[in-house]
Ligand binder design. Structure first.
Ligand SMILES: [Zn+2]
Length: 169
């Protein structure tokens, strides 16, 4: 009997093949037009893929590919961007996605606003304990001038709805 020869191929080839087999976003199930490959929570871009020339065999690839996901742009932005300090953006997005009939672009808009607001809070070192009180977002509007702007107000109200929903869950 002939010993099975382990064929090795560059990792980049495996990744490119993987990309071609993905048709829908792993997270929201939307058909993919522009996809983002995410490995262990990190986005890997085209340039990075091109540089992955280490030789691997099918067994190694199989292990690696279990931690690989293909996401649409929308989901990749929300899942992989830098962690937020105050708002639980990921859970909030999931809530909007599952509990409301909002379009992707509207959800994205809310998420972007809260992200900006989160940065503002982090910049001015807003106390976390004050934020996590039930009236947190109200005091926020009083304490942080920028938070009172109407686009942030709307996003905060929506976030409040999410918090209430979560409390009653
Ligand atoms: Zn998606």
């Amino acid at each position: 009997m002939l010993a099975k020869v382990e064929k090795k191929r560059p990792l980049s080839r495996y990744l490119k093949d993987f990309k071609h087999t993905q048709t829908h976003c792993c997270q929201c199930g939307k058909p993919l037009d522009r996809m983002t490959l995410v490995f262990r929570g990190q986005i890997i871009n085209k340039e990075a893929i091109a540089g992955m020339d280490q030789l691997v065999d099918d067994a190694v690839w199989l292990t690696l590919s279990q931690e690989l996901t293909a996401l649409c742009r929308f989901c990749s932005v929300i899942s992989c961007d830098s962690a937020t300090n105050y708002f639980d953006i990921k859970a909030f997005k999931q809530y909007l996605f599952e509990q409301t009939a909002m379009s992707h672009s509207t959800i994205r808009e809310y998420v972007v606003r809260l992200r900006r607001l989160d940065e503002i809070l982090a910049t001015c070192n807003y106390p976390h304990d004050k934020f996590s009180q039930p009236s947190g977002s109200l005091s926020l509007i009083e304490d942080v001038p920028d938070a009172g702007r109407s686009n942030y107000r709307i996003a905060l109200r929506k976030y409040d709805q999410y918090l209430n929903w979560q409390r009653n869950f």
